[in-house]
Design a protein around this ligand. Structure first.
Ligand code: ADP
Ligand code: MG
Length: 697
């Protein structure tokens, strides 16, 4: 498998070099694992007449009846008329014109493969795959794999056709022992899998759709299974080897708070999660837990009660938030909740300087301060704790992996217990993959009395109606957010947009009757806070902002969220923004202002967000619409470099793989049994390089 590609017959040094450079294919193993991304069903030929209504690519059989050049310079194109007796289409080439012109001979039959486009009633195909129809081809049936390629590769004859030739050669030389089995026999027979060798051969040369399907399934399973095995094993290992502080006691602080200070009854979900965390922290092992809870599900109180538990056992805690505003809000609300109790809480961020900072750091080091709240300043090197026992990050997807890892170094004896909280629900399959080695708690219940936010989409034509509605709400004493997009690439333009919008609002909602706050990313922190606070204290009724308020802000009296250019926001962002309203007892509304013309995916996103308030449902939809690589916070994990598996389509396979992995580890954590020998060897040899990320994600 580690044989260099150039030693393969039919490749040689020159082509080997191109394969390396263009596709990073170095070895025979790389070549085998560069799977076809598509298959052409050569047994199926569509007539031009029928093809017109097909949204999928089709295979056509016919002749070129006319060939002509049009345009000049870089607009030059080759146009051919292709007909098959049921109709005709145009075929267009913009590149490699000379070559193709020479190659095509009129009146000979060809096979074309491509997608038909309707160009003003005239159908065409651009740059189709094309093949001469020889006698042998005419009778051939079955699936033909298509591989990724580049222009350079095509020119050197390593297009899909060339690749198939090379692979055919390879399989003539390859002995099955060179692709040894890596799954235990019982899985193979239970799931009726092909052997590894068979599966890889059949994925390149399937004889039928059924065979292809079975080969794919085996390879998908294999990828997901090993990942799960790895994640679960590192979880077990961590539980075994990394000792944690034992928070055995539920003491006075926790109990007093629960009895006298808690302003509401905990939801059942909150109770359950606190219990899960307590068990972890009392076990003697280090906790490493992810807390998922939709916007407004009450994560802060859970965090606070866990910090009190730490305090009862004589340990300090830290809660880190991604923005200054959010950190201060935590500080304000937690200080208020703890008012009258014997716990010292401190706040630290980049804006805390001079002697104030020195005092805070000293109180922390001496152990006088029990709970530290702040921004990422809290994990800087110069921050020393006396005995940090619990580290919590809020909105964890906003922090990089390195920042989270820094938490681990803050305690000299054991690493502190770690709780990461996120309001961006992650679909379950993704959670299993990205956080497969963490324990996961879910707050799947909102505090009572919350009404779902009513969400609608509106355009400029409804502007005066929207304004009227805003006026009504303000008249009833409610407050309103107006959000503008801010996307790095067009930051300047976006800011102008916000300015324009602000000025328009000033005319529509004139002072002194109406007061408006503005917040955007370019403002100085203290000005920003001032504006925030004016809104929080109800001195202003409207808050105009870029997405800086996306995270965490809590103003229960705000009932209207207007999102301008809503089509430019992602689903997760829209959901987060909408979560800013609906926090009080009153019915809240979210109005998505969009342009008239929307792309298909924008329409789908808006449809989802109007239909449901359920963060998990939205996350699933997001995963389907965007693919796993783009889901917040998961890109850097490296968990998505699957060759065969696809997290969106293969949820069922993932679940099965996880079950089998769990079963094996339950019986044999060390993979020491003879029947697990394959597994151990494979993990050791092939998966070594993947170990790094699985630990920290
Ligand atoms: P998030 O999970 O988004 O961080 P918060 O912790 O900010 O949510 O809580 C949202 C609001 O709900 C806060 O005003 C909080 O005081 C309130 N809250 C939390 N838990 C409960 C509960 N069990 N009953 C009533 N209100 C609650
Ligand atoms: Mg929060």
């Amino acid at each position: 498998m580690h044989r260099q590609i150039e030693f393969l017959k039919g490749v040689g040094p020159a082509r080997g070099e191109i394969l390396r450079k263009e596709l990073a294919i170095h070895t025979i193993g790389d070549l085998l694992w560069d799977l076809p991304f598509r298959y052409i069903d050569k047994s199926e030929i569509t007539t031009i007449k029928a093809a017109r209504s097909s949204p999928e690519p089709v295979q056509l059989k016919g002749i070129f009846s006319e060939l002509r050049l049009e345009g000049s310079g870089h607009k030059k194109r080759l146009i051919a008329t292709f007909e098959d007796g049921t109709g005709s289409i145009e075929v267009l080439w913009f590149q490699r014109i000379k070559e193709i012109e020479k190659w095509i001979s009129p009146a000979k039959p060809y096979l074309l493969y491509g997608k038909l486009q309707d160009y003003r009633g005239r159908y065409n195909i651009v740059h189709p795959e094309i093949e001469e129809l020889t006698q042998q081809k005419a009778t051939q049936t079955g699936l033909e794999p298509v591989y990724r390629s580049t222009e350079k590769l095509d020119r050197r004859g390593i297009d899909s056709k060339g690749r198939r030739k090379i692979l055919k050669q390879l399989f003539q030389e390859l002995r099955p022992e060179e692709l040894p089995e890596n799954l235990p026999q019982n899985i193979i027979s239970q799931l009726r899998f092909y052997s590894r060798y068979e599966a890889i051969r059949k994925i390149h040369f399937p004889a039928s759709t059924e065979e292809l399907h079975a080969a794919k399934n085996r390879l998908k399973f294999e990828e997901l299974f090993f990942l799960q095995l790895l994640l679960l094993r590192s979880k077990v290992k961590r539980q075994e080897s990394i000792k944690g502080f034992v928070f055995g006691e539920v003491g006075q602080l926790f109990n007093t708070f629960y009895a006298k200070h808690l302003p509401f009854t905990l939801t059942d979900a909150q109770k359950r999660v606190i219990k899960e965390i307590r068990q972890d922290m009392g076990s003697g092992h280090q906790m490493n837990r992810l807390l998922q809870g939709d916007v407004g599900s009450g994560k802060t109180i859970v965090a606070l009660m866990c910090m009190l538990l730490a305090a009862d056992n004589g340990f300090q805690s830290v809660l880190m938030a991604p923005t200054e505003v959010l950190a201060q809000q935590h500080y304000a609300s937690i200080s208020e909740l703890l008012d009258g109790m014997e716990v010292k809480v401190a706040f630290l961020s980049g804006s805390v300087t001079g002697s104030t900072r020195t005092e805070i750091l000293e109180a922390l080091k001496s152990g006088e301060t029990t709970i530290l709240l702040g921004t990422h300043a809290v994990i800087q090197e110069w921050v020393e704790f006396k005995n940090l026992g619990l580290a919590i990050t809020d909105e964890q997807h906003r922090f990089g992996v390195a920042q989270r890892a820094q938490m681990w170094t803050k305690s000299p004896i054991h690493p502190p217990h770690v709780l990461v909280m996120t309001a961006t629900p992650i679909p379950r399959t993704l959670a299993l993959t990205v956080y497969g080695d963490l324990e996961v708690s879910v707050l799947d219940e909102l505090p009572p009395g919350r009404k779902p936010v009513i969400t609608t989409q509106r355009t400029e034509a409804h502007r005066s109606k929207v304004n009227h509605f805003v006026r009504e709400q303000i008249l009833q004493g409610r407050q309103v957010y107006v959000i503008y997009p801010l996307i790095e690439e067009s930051a300047k333009l976006d800011l102008e947009n916000l300015q324009d919008g602000y000025e328009r609002l000033l005319t529509t909602f004139p002072r002194p009757e109406y007061q408006i706050s503005v917040v955007h990313g370019r403002m100085k922190a203290d000005v920003k806070d001032e504006e925030m606070n004016r809104f929080k204290d109800h001195k202003t009724q409207i808050m105009v902002s870029t997405t800086v308020i996306e995270v965490g802000v809590n103003v229960p009296n705000a009932t209207v969220m207007i999102i301008e250019n809503a089509e430019r926001f992602g689903l997760a962002q829209l959901h987060q923004l909408r979560g800013r309203v609906g926090r009080g007892a009153d019915q809240s509304y979210c109005i998505l202002m969009t342009s008239y013309k929307l792309s298909k995916t924008a329409k789908e996103r808006l449809e989802v967000i109007c239909r449901t308030n359920d963060g998990f449902e939205i996350a699933e939809a997001d995963l389907k619409l965007r693919g796993p690589g783009d889901i917040a916070g998961t890109r850097q994990s490296g968990a998505f470099e699957f060759k065969a598996a696809n997290l969106v389509e293969d949820q069922a396979i993932l679940k099965t793989a996880r079950l089998f992995a769990e079963d094996i580890l339950q019986r044999d954590v060390r993979l020491a049994l003879p029947e697990h020998h394959h597994l151990r060897m494979f993990l050791q040899n092939e998966y070594k390089y993947k170990q790094d990320w699985s630990r920290i994600s």
